[in-house]
Write a protein that binds this ligand. Structure first.
Ligand code: PLP
Length: 425
């Protein structure tokens, strides 16, 4: 697949007059079309619901768009629960899939009536102590261990992952929960991340559906939903083929009809908790080239840095970069595209062949819609950028303002250090 920005240079030049770079911009049209397609892909399942993984793009404006497609909110922390509550999610609109969970977070999730997905067998007692009861609807997270393979390809390594319960623990947990009054059960697993194959979900579904049949037989628990969680990936690299969500939906339907339907479980709802797939391609980080440096390598310095997009620094992740207005030019120059952190891994691209870049060029860093802004931080005293929404009607809406020094200094408001200095702002 070729990588083309969803916004033109002309439009960006207008936008930067009002909103200085760097900023993340999101494509409402793309988000809507994709959410609609996902809904179609699973429309065969009566109870189907996508719980958007709020952590991927925790912005109320984005959540409100997804609400139009029936999405719920998958939360993993206190503030994500607060945000979801504030914009009207309640009860079973909320999935609380957290791990290493503090007691106050279980309390809030419980107060809001959200579905609690337990990461560990010891959390049964912990939850009961924190909230005074076991909710009637409860979910448990599964980790079969070992290596998750598709044919001979290793997809991920659940045996090395901190999440979920072992098979034995899961059966035990269901029995305990049932004895404590739980009536409706769900199972959840997230066994591979950013999969660019149509086979991941159907394979995961097979594992979970077979497990559900056994759990029902052995514990008598009423399983009402199976949560396939996140993990459907996106093609970050040019030439990579996208997932076909219709084929994925069909693949899951096939195993559903093979395994659940004959076992009298044809009314089980399928849930998903996609983050990256919902938003990743529909966001971009726009930054300006402000320096060029010729030393042992050729460097382009931009006004964004790893605090705006951490994935390249953290995982060596590839994000495609378009030099706006130079789409047709030959990739004749080899660059490291760098930010200003005092960290040598603050590089958006390393040894990448690109068109010749001049100071003042706008660069569009692709696929930052999920786990982009969200992973931001304040190292080197850097401030988080704004988030903008390119609306379907072509207008641009500010959906989060950029941080100012005042935000950065706000956590010193309890003491006098900045009082009566010019930084007392
Ligand atoms: C991160 C996460 C997701 C979303 O993952 P994506 O790779 O963005 O689809 C879903 N569920 C849980 C529990 C997660 O931790």
């Amino acid at each position: 697949m070729e990588k083309t920005p969803f916004v033109t240079k002309e439009v960006l030049l207008e936008i930067v007059k009002e909103y200085p770079t760097p900023f993340h911009i999101y494509d409402e049209k793309g988000i809507r079309e994709n959410a609609e397609k996902l809904k179609q892909a699973f429309s065969w399942n009566k109870g189907y619901r996508e719980y958007f993984a709020v952590k991927a793009t925790p912005n109320p404006f984005i959540l409100n768009i997804l609400k139009d497609y029936g999405c719920g909110a998958d939360c993993s922390s206190m503030t994500e629960l607060m945000m979801s509550d504030a914009i009207g999610y309640s009860g079973s609109d909320i999935m609380f899939s957290s791990n290493d969970t503090p007691a106050e977070e279980f309390q809030l999730a419980d107060q809001l009536g959200g579905i609690i997905n337990l990461d560990d067998i010891t959390h049964i007692e912990f939850l009961e102590k924190a909230t005074g009861h076991i909710p009637e609807t409860i979910s448990c997270r599964y980790n079969p261990g070992g290596i998750f393979k598709i044919s001979n390809d290793i997809m991920d390594n659940p045996g090395d992952s901190k999440y979920g319960m072992t098979t034995e623990q899961l059966f035990e947990a269901f029995k305990i929960l049932k004895s404590k009054g739980a009536k409706k059960f769900g199972i959840h697993a997230f066994l591979a991340s950013n999969t660019v194959t149509n086979e991941y979900y159907p394979l995961l579904a097979k594992v979970l559906f077979e497990l559900a049949v056994k759990l029902k037989e052995e514990t008598g628990a009423e399983i009402t939903f199976i949560n396939l969680s996140g993990g459907i990936g996106i093609p970050y690299r040019p030439g990579q083929e996208s997932n076909d969500i219709m084929a994925i939906g069909e693949g899951v339907r096939k195993v559903y009809e093979e395994i659940l339907v004959p076992n009298d479980m044809g009314d089980v709802a399928i849930y998903t908790e996609l983050g990256r797939f919902m938003l990743g391609p529909y966001g971009g980080l726009v930054t300006e080239a402000i320096h060029e440096k010729h030393t042992h390598k050729e460097y382009i310095g931009v006004d964004a840095c790893a605090v705006n997009l951490m994935r390249p620094a953290m995982y060596g992740a590839y994000h495609h970069i378009t030099v706006m207005g130079k789409e047709q030019e030959a990739c004749s120059h080899k660059y490291d595209v760098v930010g200003s952190l005092c960290e040598n891994n603050d590089k958006f691209a390393i040894d990448r062949m690109m068109p010749e870049i001049s100071k003042g060029d706008l660069l569009f860093i692709h696929d930052t819609g999920a786990h982009g802004y969200a992973m931001g931080y304040n190292y080197n005293g850097k401030l988080r950028s704004a988030e903008l929404l390119l609306k379907e009607n072509g207008e641009v809406e500010l959906i989060r303002r950029a941080e100012t020094p005042k935000d950065y200094f706000a956590t010193f408001d309890f003491c006098d250090i900045l009082k009566n200095t010019k930084y007392d702002i």
